[in-house]
Design a protein around this ligand. Structure first.
Ligand SMILES: *[C@@H]1O[C@H](CO)[C@@H](O)[C@H](O)[C@H]1NC(C)=O
Ligand SMILES: *[C@@H]1O[C@H](CO)[C@@H](O)[C@H](O)[C@H]1NC(C)=O
Ligand SMILES: *[C@@H]1O[C@H](CO)[C@@H](O)[C@H](O)[C@H]1NC(C)=O
Length: 276
């Protein structure tokens, strides 16, 4: 049940309340291959990969000019970025039309902190001359940004002057890297929401019952209509009694005398106002 998976009880209640049948089909499992055979993969890494699943369908590209050369980097999260099924991040040289695989999803490493996720693809094509001709690797720093699912993919730096352990470092923003939002709802608001839900259920259920089973029409379709009418009148009387600063019929002492007398009085007064 994906919609109810927020971990917040209010969401769960709302889900039940609205009767959202959670028949959301989950994403197919990411193709990122972590270290070790599938049952020996790190539980933590698998959890982060699962979290990133919504990004799998997005193509990220960034263009970098170095001298007269222009490189286009393309990146996908746990998905092939070219016809090479294991490629996860590639570099395309627009001048020489050459493509180099910088990192492969078959050699994925990932870890996360409070508001960031660090994704590494290793096993890219080997350097020609630098970095002891080791395999290239791509690192993508994903920072929390609640305003975007994914954006701002850029090359931060390319380290190829080290003897070993060279890397391509990328940055991007995503709300998936954010810590889960804490519920700011107090117990009181939760109770209010539950009450509102129950009221809605009562109204809808009662309405349907009155309409379909009792066969009521018009205002009678509302559940316990006459009771609520009486209650409304009572409440209005109560309010009238409590809130009216001036007595309704001055002077007050007459009120106790009897309603008939009070009722007749205005008639008598009215009589001499009529045109004769
Ligand atoms: C991503 O790029 C590939 C290859 O260029 C293309 O086939 C695919 O439609 C793109 N997907 C999206 C969502 O843009
Ligand atoms: C860039 O191109 C210009 C003109 O084509 C040339 O003079 C220059 O040497 C080139 N620079 C590099 C770094 O290749
Ligand atoms: C990923 O591989 C599939 C199968 O070879 C291919 O059809 C698709 O175009 C590839 N994706 C990209 C972005 O090149």
């Amino acid at each position: 049940m994906v919609p109810c998976n927020g971990g917040i009880c209010v969401q769960a209640i709302l889900c039940i309340c609205l009767g959202l049948a959670g028949s959301v089909t989950g994403d197919s499992t990411p193709k990122c291959d972590l270290l070790g055979s599938s049952e020996k993969e790190s539980v933590m890494e698998k959890a982060v990969i699962q979290k990133l699943a919504p990004l799998r369908t997005i193509n990220f590209t960034t263009t970098v000019s170095v001298g007269n050369d222009s490189y286009v980097y393309s990146f996908r999260v746990c998905n092939n970025v070219s016809q090479d099924l294991s490629s996860g991040l590639i570099q395309y040289n627009e001048k020489s039309k050459e493509t180099v695989v910088v990192g492969r999803i078959t050699d994925t490493h990932v870890f996360s902190g409070t508001d960031w996720i660090f994704l590494t693809y290793r096993g890219g094509d080997k350097y020609d001359s630098h970095c002891s001709k080791e395999s290239r690797k791509a690192m993508v720093m994903i920072s929390c940004d609640r305003n975007t699912l994914a954006g701002g993919f850029t090359l931060k730096s390319e380290e190829n002057t080290k003897e070993t352990d060279c890397l391509y470092l990328f940055e991007m923003d995503s709300k998936l890297a954010c810590p889960p939002e804490e519920s700011h709802l107090s117990v009181g608001s939760v109770l209010l929401i539950v009450l509102a839900c129950l009221l809605a259920l009562y109204l809808i259920g009662g309405f349907l019952y009155q309409r379909l089973i009792v066969g009521a029409k018009g205002m009678d379709q509302f559940p316990n209509y006459s009771f609520w009418q009486d209650l409304g009148t009572l409440a209005a009387d109560g309010c009238d009694f409590m809130c009216r600063s001036k007595p309704r019929n001055a002077p007050a002492p007459y009120r106790g005398v009897g309603d008939e007398q009070l009722g007749e009085e205005p008639e008598e007064r009215d009589d001499h106002l009529l045109p004769m």
